[in-house]
Design a protein around this ligand. Structure first.
Ligand code: FCB
Length: 451
């Protein structure tokens, strides 16, 4: 029996995916290469040499996948649009066949009673733009706004709310500072212009969306930061890490200024990339909703490496996912109440745009997939969410990551996050026990809504 949650009657239930992780069909209908095609082809970059070339073949199987979503009874579906299907080189004329795919996807979702929630950038930058500097180049922000206008003109009559960027923090740190994601650059603190230019891209795209009467969101990866001890050194390290992970991509939008990054030896111009007027543009009139992607808290201690003002410390004594991420459901309540306390009236309503866990799921002899650990994870996090709502935080929706097992970036196909199992040899989809659990939960919440 699913738990009953005390949530607002118009609370919205969804699932999330991203283009490169599920679509496949990378050479079809005029799609141009993205940085993930290039990166995955680099020997050793992705576990087992995997790539998103086929992934879940969603490009051809989207109708079957929407039927699975309809079976869940979802209100919304968060997916991402592949920039290189729309503008194969990141600039120049739009590609009609690429536009047509998202046109059909949106119509099929609406016919199934599901509201589409597109993300404009989920890490698959056109390779041609990377060749010009990627997000280290200011120009990329302007190309992003142009691409936004093309898709908003096509879909804006049917799609009310849009997410500009997915997790700009992770993209900057993994992609530009550490080189473990595309584009594979290891610049450490010299990656910071990729923060400012992504935010500038957000601000420019937000203006394009607003001109068309559309709602604007961003999906930030946020984590409650816990100092490893009450020592001054550990607390200072935690404050520095919090500024980098949580505040860097949220303060400029909600408060109109960058956080204090002096612990990193970085001034308010972020390595010289901020120009007059940029912060005003980035803040604009704020956000219609803040998308929060939450997976786990972070424990931080004083630095051990002289290059950085913090060190990550393990969280002990809690269960761990197949990815070895600690499972701390109450971290979600801590995060949400912390956002409310930090931003006060400047905080817009929140939607959880990702939350979920990877489990080493395999079908049993009878073909069923039992994933009690995922059900526990989701149930625990939804209880924590409801607790935050009871404490007065305005949370309007929850989108679990993910509908399908998919291409998990540098981990290839080794991490399964789906409510639906995918056999990557045959493309057979098998709803897991968590699929039925989520379906029943949504139905029970809806019955409360109706009653
Ligand atoms: C997030 C990403 C998403 C997925 C999950 C597991 O950081 O936004 O694409 O990989 O993690």
């Amino acid at each position: 029996m699913p738990n009953r949650l005390d949530l607002p009657s118009d609370f919205r239930w969804g699932v999330s995916t991203a283009a490169y992780q599920i679509e496949g069909a990378v050479d079809e209908d005029g799609r141009g290469p993205s940085i993930w095609d290039t990166f995955a082809a680099r020997p050793g970059a992705v576990r087992d040499g995997h790539s998103g070339a086929v992934a879940c073949d969603h490009y051809h199987r989207y109708a079957e996948d929407i039927a699975l979503m309809r079976g869940l009874g979802l209100d919304g579906y968060r997916f991402s649009i592949a920039w290189t299907r729309i503008r194969p080189t990141g600039a120049g004329p739009a590609n009609p066949a690429g536009l047509d795919f998202y046109d059909r996807l949106v119509d099929a979702l609406l016919a199934a009673g599901i509201t589409p929630l597109p993300t404009l950038f989920h890490w698959d930058l056109p390779q041609a733009l990377e060749d010009g500097g990627g997000w280290l180049a200011r120009d990329t922000a302007y190309r992003f706004a142009e691409y936004t206008a093309v898709v908003a003109d096509l879909l804006g009559d049917r799609v009310p709310a849009w997410i500009t960027l997915n997790e700009p923090f992770v993209h900057m740190v993994y992609g530009y500072a550490m080189g473990i994601h595309a584009p594979g650059r290891a610049l450490m603190l010299d990656a910071l212009p990729a923060a400012h230019h992504q935010l500038l891209g957000h601000g420019l795209a937000a203006a394009v969306l607003r001109e068309r009467g559309l709602d604007v969101m961003i999906a930030n990866n946020l984590t409650p930061v816990r100092p490893a001890s009450s020592s001054e050194a550990d607390q200072a390290a935690a404050t520095a890490y919090d500024a980098l992970h949580n505040r860097l991509f949220t303060d400029p939008i909600l408060l109109g200024h960058y956080p204090d990054l002096s612990a990193f030896g970085v001034g308010p111009d972020l390595g010289g990339s901020v120009r007059d007027g940029d912060l005003k543009l980035i803040a604009g009139p704020g956000l219609d909703a803040l998308g929060v992607n939450y997976y786990n808290p972070t424990r931080i201690a004083a630095p051990t490496d002289p290059g950085l003002p913090f060190a990550e410390a393990p969280i002990e004594g809690v269960p761990r996912t197949a990815f070895d991420w600690p499972v701390v459901p109450d971290g979600l309540r801590e995060l949400l109440t912390g956002l409310r306390d930090r931003y006060g009236a400047a905080l817009p309503p929140i939607t959880i745009t990702e939350n979920g866990c990877s489990v080493a799921d395999e079908p049993a002899a009878d073909g069923t997939v039992s994933d009690p650990d995922r059900i526990d994870y989701l149930a625990g996090h939804l209880d924590a969410l409801a607790a935050a709502v009871a404490e007065g935080v305005d949370v309007r929706g929850y989108f679990t990551w993910s509908l399908l097992d998919n291409f998990e970036w540098a981990q290839g196909f080794s991490q399964r996050f789906g409510l639906v199992h995918v056999d990557f040899e045959t493309q057979r989809r098998t709803p897991k026990a968590s699929y039925a659990w989520y379906r029943d939960l949504i139905a029970a919440q809806r019955a409360r809504r109706a009653g």
